[in-house]
Design a binder for this molecule. Structure first.
Ligand SMILES: C[S@@+](CC[C@H](N)C(=O)[O-])C[C@H]1O[C@@H](n2cnc3c(N)ncnc32)[C@H](O)[C@@H]1O
Length: 250
């Protein structure tokens, strides 16, 4: 049987097992201190929720993860000629989908690949090889905080659910600014993130105005959090309940 790519799941097994383990330990302790049973139940509920969310994101449970990538593909207005950058490429899933959609493009995926995720450069390269697009994609370790590229290097830039994850960025908007720095004038961008979280990005209007203030006149905000394929259980703010897209041309 041909080898299949491993694109992982946004809900890691750790998020399921850790609360389950804590819940079970607390359940045993509850034999001595009965009040602890409430805490045990909370942890076990948390584990059950993450297990269900993981299933919903997977191919067997509705393929929500794949459909969320589809929103970025759908909203990227590009002719596929030139170089594309994916900021925070994770397992390479979106970068590889873009490589398949744009057969003339050369693509770069960057990610920090820290310990909190099950992704790595090696996983990305293996996935690209299995999908037959490794000749046109380069994966590189780098931080979205300071991209290792000259100004105006790329013709198109995408990013999916990455900016909110960059812990050492005090102002998440600065990550958008850094990504746009390496986009050429006239180049196109589509970023999807938890842009409806006000304390990170302000209101959609404030976010669009901030981007316009950097000299980018063509900016559009598209609310994607109510897409019909997103089940209610995934609409929590830290899941995909606050996703939106900002797209435009530099
Ligand atoms: C929710 S995952 C999304 C991954 C991928 N974009 C996708 O849609 O499958 C968040 C990603 O952000 C990456 N990340 C976190 N901090 C980063 C940083 N400072 N620079 C680049 N990537 C970072 C993580 O390694 C992880 O791959």
């Amino acid at each position: 049987m041909p080898e299949k790519p491993d694109y992982g799941n946004w809900v890691s097994m750790r998020l399921v097992f850790l609360p389950a383990l804590i819940g079970l330990v607390l359940l045993i302790l509850a034999l001595l201190f009965p009040m602890i049973v409430i805490l045990a139940a909370l942890f076990l509920l948390m584990a059950a929720y993450f297990a269900y969310a993981r299933w919903l994101f997977s191919a067997r449970g509705g393929d929500v993860q794949d459909k969320v990538y589809g929103l970025v593909l759908e909203h990227l207005d590009w002719n596929g000629q030139g170089r594309l950058l994916d900021v925070g490429c994770g397992s390479g899933a979106l970068t590889i989908k873009l490589a398949k959609k744009y057969p003339d493009a050369r693509l770069t995926g960057v990610d920090y690949w820290g310990a909190s995720w099950e992704y790595s450069k090696k996983v990305c390269e293996k996935n690209a090889a299995i999908e037959g697009v490794n000749g046109r994609i380069t994966f590189q370790q780098a931080s979205a905080l300071k991209l290792p590229f000259e100004d105006e290097t790329f013709d198109a830039i995408v990013s999916n659910l990455t900016f909110h994850e960059v812990r050492d960025a005090k102002d998440k908007k600065e990550l958008i600014r850094e990504a746009l720095r390496v986009l050429r004038k006239g180049g196109t961008f589509t970023f999807q993130d938890l842009f409806l979280i006000k304390r990170a990005y302000g209101t959609p209007e404030e976010l669009v105005n901030a981007i316009k203030g950097w000299g980018i006149s063509d900016v559009e905000f598209i609310d994607t959090h109510n897409e019909p394929f997103i089940p209610g259980a995934l609409k929590l703010p830290f899941m995909v309940g606050t996703i939106s897209i900002i797209k435009g041309k530099k």
